[in-house]
Design a protein around this ligand. Structure first.
Ligand code: SAH
Length: 241
């Protein structure tokens, strides 16, 4: 069933109206008709199955048929701190990490980051990538997205998690050992940029209390490392059965 994210307030009533791009998507792209059903979710864990009552390109109204709590959220809460990398690579990380289930993403400016952070807030493009990935993957919650932080700030924040990791291509502990029971409930993980992390950055992370962790003997691209470590952590946490 098609899923759409809507405001929490919109989902609170029994007749929901969507306009703008979502109305166009329903009417023009998906060619849905009155009587068809969709799932609406509020990005905060609540969902409703709705039947379309009237459909135009500008406005779609629908009736709530049933409500339920989303059941696809991960028990392990991962806060990913991927290095700031060039836009297409970072966007891939945002999309894939969201599909996998991460709770929060904060890009990190590393010494060898080539990309420069856009001044100010979180780019709206990042938000729409994450929204689409939530809708597509069947998740119930929007991951928190934060503006780019510097490396020391990321390290300081990361150590608030039960387990804080820094993926190092220079070697480190095994993820399996660090994720051994009792499995952490919150995990923070930093991954490096295209040019890799400098050994001094890994040392700095260690001084903050993060564990340097290896992802095996092959050097992964920055975006692969960020995606792979999330997948491996969910698997080791028992999230995949
Ligand atoms: N030059 C490559 C990759 C550089 S390594 C590129 O073009 O993207 C990028 C980051 O991924 C590293 O800093 C590290 O955080 C992570 N990484 C890659 N391979 C790794 C490995 N085998 N073990 C741990 N981390 C790794």
């Amino acid at each position: 069933m098609q899923r759409f994210l809507v405001d929490r307030a919109a989902l609170a009533t029994d007749t929901v109206t969507v306009e703008g791009p979502q109305a166009r998507q329903i009417a023009l792209v998906l060619r849905m008709r009155a009587g068809d059903e969709v799932t609406l979710c509020d990005g905060e864990g609540a969902e409703a199955v709705c039947r379309l009552a009237s459909v135009t390109h500008q406005r779609v109204t629908m009736q709530v048929l049933s409500r339920n709590a989303n059941a696809a959220e991960a028990a392990l809460r991962i806060h990913l701190y991927p290095a700031l990398v060039r836009a297409p690579r970072l966007e891939l990380v945002l999309q894939k990490a969201t599909e996998l289930g991460v709770a929060a993403i904060t890009p990190v400016l590393c010494r060898r980051s080539v990309a420069r952070p856009a001044a100010g807030e979180v780019p709206s493009r990042w938000r729409s990538i994450v929204r689409e990935a939530v809708e597509q993957s069947g998740r119930g919650r929007l991951p928190e997205l934060a503006a780019v932080v510097d490396f020391p700030t990321a390290c300081g924040e990361a150590t608030r998690a039960d387990l804080a990791l820094c993926c190092s291509e220079h070697g480190g502990e095994a993820l399996r050992d660090l994720m051994a029971p009792p499995v952490p409930r919150t995990l923070a993980v930093i991954t490096g940029p295209e040019g890799g992390l400098e050994e001094e950055e890994v040392a700095e992370a260690r001084r903050h209390g993060l564990h340097a962790v290896t992802l095996g003997p092959r050097i992964l691209r920055a975006e692969t490392a960020a995606i792979a470590v999330c997948a491996a952590a969910y698997c080791l946490a028992g999230e995949w059965g």
